[in-house]
Design a protein around this ligand. Structure first.
Ligand code: FES
Ligand code: FES
Length: 145
């Protein structure tokens, strides 16, 4: 039994030594906003925050989370970035979007008005097969309205 702090709530979850954080979030806690695409740490679809820092849930073992607070896209539903992505039309199929917003939230928390270069650097690990990169950059650059 492991205790997890997720989006401000505590949960007791079970898992083996090989259970990933993504499996627990999606399968045990029903937080399916965290997507799994590659499952190998290459695409960023599964990005969550651990104590505010981006982490790839598909390659983070449950046992490695420890006392750190997990924030998923569900925990960011009221973040202004969500509206900014809609305003900028930065969503096509939407599969990558939760991970994009989670990574962007970590960026603007540290750097509220990032340059395009800073946006590209921070978002380099989040792939979008629909190619919405220019609109994602616009959303992050205009998130404060
Ligand atoms: S699903 Fe985790 S990095 Fe691709
Ligand atoms: S919007 Fe389709 S993968 Fe990014």
């Amino acid at each position: 039994m492991t205790e997890l702090l997720v989006n401000g709530g505590r949960h007791e979850v079970h898992g083996s030594v090989l259970t990933t954080l993504a499996e627990v979030l999606r399968g045990h806690l029903g937080l399916t906003g965290t997507k799994v695409a590659c499952g190998e740490g290459h695409c960023g679809a599964c990005t969550v925050l651990l104590d505010g820092a981006p982490a790839l849930a598909c390659i983070t073992l449950l046992e490695a989370v420890g006392e750190r607070e997990v924030t998923t896209i569900e925990g960011l539903r009221d973040h202004p970035l969500v509206d900014a992505f809609v305003r900028a039309d930065a969503v096509q199929c939407g599969f990558c979007t939760p991970g994009q917003i989670v990574s962007a939230a970590a960026l603007v928390r540290e750097t509220p008005a990032p340059t395009r270069e800073q946006v590209r650097h921070a978002m380099a690990g989040n792939l979008c097969r629909c190619g919405t990169y220019p609109k994602i950059e616009e959303a992050i650059s205009t998130w404060q309205g």
